[in-house]
Ligand binder design. Structure first.
Ligand code: 2F8
Ligand code: CA
Length: 136
């Protein structure tokens, strides 16, 4: 039986912390090839797990901007809760430096860990895959 090597289990999902860097889009393509997406972060406990495991290293997450309004969305189709999300950004972020920061990473080992950055940066990344028990 296949055991999820390199994937960390937490509350119904498996998480993969990469050891190599990719652009945001390339990272998402990698996650898709492993039946996963760049991770969403939809609760305080999930945010804690991720920033603690990240240990201060910088990782892409599955948050990007779309549309002419540039609203944030989760690439795994989780609902983006703008109000809840405020407390997860680093103070002063997102600042859209150079009008070219349309993807998000976790950067600080803190509840307030999120930054917006240019999607062309090559960073480590975190994939997330729901745990789906199969029939015995
Ligand atoms: O000071 C915050 C600022 O730091 C960097 O720009 C100098 C970040 N750039 C990257 O991570 C590529 C900005 O996104 C960040 O806002
Ligand atoms: Ca920024």
């Amino acid at each position: 039986q296949m055991v999820s090597q390199g994937w960390k289990y937490f509350r119904g999902n498996f998480y993969y912390f990469s050891q190599v860097t990719r652009t945001w889009y390339s990272a998402q393509q990698f996650c898709l090839s492993r039946d996963s997406h760049l991770t969403s972060v939809t609760s305080e406990s999930e945010q804690e797990l991720l920033y603690r495991t990240a240990g201060g290293l910088l990782y892409w997450i599955g948050l990007s901007k779309a549309g002419s309004e540039g609203y944030w969305y989760w690439v795994d189709d989780s609902l983006f809760n703008k109000v809840q999300s405020v407390k997860f950004w680093i103070p002063g972020e997102p600042n859209n430096t150079g009008n070219n920061e349309h993807c998000a990473d976790i950067k600080m080992s803190s509840l307030q860990s999120r930054n917006d950055a240019s999607c062309d940066n090559e960073f480590l990344f975190i994939c997330k895959r729901p745990y789906m028990p199969s029939e015995p």
